[in-house]
Design a protein around this ligand. Structure first.
Ligand SMILES: *[C@@H]1O[C@H](CO)[C@@H](O)[C@H](O)[C@H]1NC(C)=O
Ligand SMILES: *[C@@H]1O[C@H](CO)[C@@H](O)[C@H](O)[C@H]1NC(C)=O
Ligand SMILES: *[C@@H]1O[C@H](CO)[C@@H](O)[C@H](O)[C@H]1NC(C)=O
Ligand SMILES: *[C@@H]1O[C@H](CO)[C@@H](O)[C@H](O)[C@H]1NC(C)=O
Length: 180
């Protein structure tokens, strides 16, 4: 995407709405009824948000995400030293009517039907998914785990969410403060 501008106002607007290729970011969840700005991390191949690692996962790793090109994949780089052969790529399950966990696929692993790593992007710092010829969708939900303030992140592809599940936006914006 090109931003050809002559005035500062337009430049500011342009810079705000477009995250350029190659940028690195963390994602934080915001939604009604959950603590604001819980950070997204990798937990045994799935995406969770929370301030700490849950005890029930073997491998919980804070990650930095990056995107080679706009509208392509979200690739995860561990923030700590881990023994990964390849960088995991985030996927969502777009199967009609499904509500499944957002996960990460590594190098030679294969995805199931409906699962896709492509079409993820950022708009003004908000994570979305878009398939060819369709509109931008932001259908992330947070499902509580049995540990407080830790949620499994899922993609709602038209399913009926449970009463304790919360629609969330995943944003690059860090919370002002995690206290309170
Ligand atoms: C992520 O980093 C935060 C801040 O350093 C830390 O409190 C938290 O436990 C880390 N989470 C994981 C899953 O390692
Ligand atoms: C993927 O690669 C790893 C490491 O090289 C190997 O241990 C594993 O068996 C491979 N899995 C498949 C499904 O090929
Ligand atoms: C998307 O729209 C273009 C132009 O209208 C069309 O040629 C193409 O086949 C469409 N692709 C899909 C996947 O529907
Ligand atoms: C908490 O949930 C995890 C994941 O579903 C499960 O493996 C674990 O056994 C549960 N722990 C307790 C204490 O129920």
């Amino acid at each position: 995407m090109f931003c050809k501008v002559t005035v500062l106002v337009a430049l500011a607007a342009c810079a705000e709405s477009v995250v350029s290729a190659g940028v690195e970011f963390h994602l934080y969840a915001y939604g009604n009824g959950i603590k604001s700005g819980l950070q997204l991390f990798y937990g045994d191949g799935q995406a969770y948000v929370g301030a700490s690692a849950p005890t029930f996962v073997t491998e919980a790793v804070n990650i930095t995400l990056s995107q080679a090109e706009e509208g392509t994949e979200f690739v995860a780089t561990p923030d700590t030293t881990v023994d990964w052969d390849s960088e995991p790529t985030m996927y969502i399950d777009t199967t009609e009517g499904a509500i499944n966990a957002v996960g990460f696929v590594k190098g030679n692993e294969t995805l199931g039907d409906g699962e896709t790593t492509t079409g993820l992007g950022l708009y003004g710092g908000w994570a979305f998914h878009k398939v060819e010829n369709s509109t931008i969708e932001m259908k992330f939900i947070a499902t509580p785990t049995n540990e407080s303030d830790i949620y499994l992140i899922k993609w709602n592809a038209g399913g009926t969410k449970a009463s304790d599940e919360v629609a969330v936006s995943l944003r690059t914006q860090a919370p002002v403060s995690l206290d309170s």
